[in-house]
Design a binder for this molecule. Structure first.
Ligand code: AHM
Ligand code: MG
Length: 335
């Protein structure tokens, strides 16, 4: 019988063989996975637990928080604050950074997360997820401040997401390809179910919120018009469309079978560069996608090269199958 490889064993072996994961980072990833397991159980309880519906609060982006947004945020903080591996955390659901309290040892890593992405899908029982990104704290000064988080995505040392769908699946990169783990509920542990995920370079499937079409910029409109023209159009093939309104679920599909995902800038709020957040949504997803052979840009440059100026800054996102992302990007950059 082939032995199942648990997340713990996978991380230990990565640490031992490739030296890719220092002990503190391994602990961090195990703790994040444990927190995701707890979130998964809370999500599964649904109406049976006191977890559904809106809370009476708004987050820093002015969005109404769901009860599960707050629960997931608390679970991630509680799980991560005491282990000694972190200096601070930042979250979509918190305005400022959360510095590890003095009563615990301070570590050298910074953790950012969107505790429950796709929250509009919670109450309708559609896949949602946790997205996370890990950076190293600059070591040129004591203590930790918000500016320490403002590093380009290319500096990430680990990134991933956990999707709470028909299965609970954790997808992870530490810069050596992308691995996928499925939660075995009987055993209570994540088990390696796929290594070296690859995104096909070409695709016939796009994901975009079509209801915003009238607000799009010309390059995005051109790209989608060409896809919609199908076999008779300039692309010479028919395209299919999917939009789950959970970035985690849309990206998971792309990592599984290819496709392109776009949440571009649009004219509804012209001063905002996009809807999605750079630090804890776009950067981790962009790195996963690149590690799987895909590409990720904001239409003009590689997402991972963007120098952040604000913790909650937004960004236009185009990611997925390499040739399609390059095409949309060229429509933005060509004269
Ligand atoms: P959230 O972090 O508040 O859940 O918002 C992010 C989500 C993404 O998961 C998804 O791609 C997008 O918002 C959906 O937006 P829309 O409702 O405009 O389709
Ligand atoms: Mg989100």
């Amino acid at each position: 019988m082939t032995q199942k490889v648990s997340l713990t064993r996978y991380l230990v072996e990565q640490q031992r063989v490739d030296g890719l994961i220092p002990a503190q980072l391994r602990l961090l990833l195990e703790v994040v996975a444990r927190a995701c397991k707890r979130i998964s159980f809370a999500v599964n309880k649904g109406e049976l637990g006191d977890v559904m519906g809106a809370a009476e609060t708004q987050n820093v982006q002015g969005e109404v928080q769901k009860k599960l947004d707050i629960i997931a945020n608390e679970v991630l903080i509680e799980a991560n604050e005491w282990g000694g591996h972190l200096a601070a955390m930042a979250s979509e659901e918190m305005e400022g950074i959360y510095v590890v309290p003095n009563r615990y040892p301070q570590g050298e890593y910074l953790l950012m997360f969107d505790p429950l992405d796709g929250s509009s899908n919670i109450d309708v029982n559609v896949s949602i997820g946790t997205i996370f990104s890990v950076l190293k704290k600059p070591d040129d000064h004591p203590g930790v401040q918000e500016a320490d988080f403002l590093q380009a995505g290319a500096k990430q040392v680990a990134a991933g997401y956990c999707i709470y769908g028909p299965q609970t699946t954790l997808v992870l990169t530490v810069g050596d390809g992308v691995a996928q783990f499925t939660l075995d509920r009987e055993q209570g542990s994540f088990v390696l179910t796929q290594e070296n995920l690859r995104i096909p370079e070409d695709t016939k499937e796009f994901a975009i919120n079509m209801s915003n079409m009238r607000h799009w910029d010309a390059p995005v409109k051109r790209y989608i018009d060409e896809c919609l023209a199908g076999k008779e159009g300039p692309r010479g093939k028919d395209f299919n469309m999917r939009w789950i309104a959970s970035m985690v679920a849309d990206v998971h599909r792309i990592l599984t079978r290819g496709g392109i995902f776009m949440y571009p800038w649009d004219k509804r709020e012209p001063e905002k560069p996009g809807k999605l957040r750079l630090m804890y949504e776009a950067n981790p997803m962009a790195w996963l996608v690149e590690q799987a052979g895909g590409a990720a840009t904001n239409g003009k440059e590689r997402i991972l090269d963007i120098a952040p100026t604000k913790l909650h800054q937004r960004v236009s996102v185009i990611l997925g199958s390499k040739n399609e992302v390059e095409r949309v990007t060229s429509y933005h950059t060509e004269k």
